[in-house]
Write a protein that binds this ligand. Structure first.
Ligand code: THU
Length: 133
């Protein structure tokens, strides 16, 4: 478990914009060069426009030119480690994030790989594979 990444996710969670669900989520990703980028969930009156903490963290890194990641940590005040939504799993697959720490605020951790969260995912290689099949 990456304690520094967890602390960054907990901190980021404080900025969650959650007037509708009141469910605050924080996330942090570590780039291959060691830098940490964070995100929180940001909701909207048009509910479907809400963006989760995980995607905001990944996109914050990508917009700075990061393409390689070593880990992601997500946290919420849940009894068990928080489980990422399908859209976030797909974005994690896009950037091949190798280690994923699902946590809760109390510090309970469940470490997963992408294969656990999104088996047989559609990714960059899938288009080539499907064309050749
Ligand atoms: N949410 C996240 O930010 N990440 C998750 O892993 C689960 C869900 C957000 C979206 C929405 O703002 C709120 O939690 C309730 O679904």
């Amino acid at each position: 478990m990456d304690r520094e990444l967890f602390a960054a996710a907990v901190r980021a969670r404080r900025n969650a914009y959650i007037p509708y669900s009141h469910f605050a989520v924080g996330a942090a990703v570590r780039a291959a060069d060691g830098r940490i980028f964070t995100g929180c969930n940001i909701e909207n009156a048009s509910y479907g426009l809400t963006v989760c903490a995980e995607r905001n963290a990944i996109f914050a890194a990508v917009k700075e030119g990061v393409r390689e990641f070593s880990a992601l940590c997500v946290t919420a005040d849940t009894p068990e480690p928080v489980s990422p939504c399908g859209a976030c799993r797909q974005v994690m697959a896009e950037f091949r994030i190798p280690r994923i720490f699902l946590t809760n605020l109390a510090g309970k951790v469940r470490e997963c790989g992408l294969e656990d969260l999104l088996p047989y995912s559609f990714n960059l290689e899938s288009e080539v594979r499907n064309q050749n099949e």
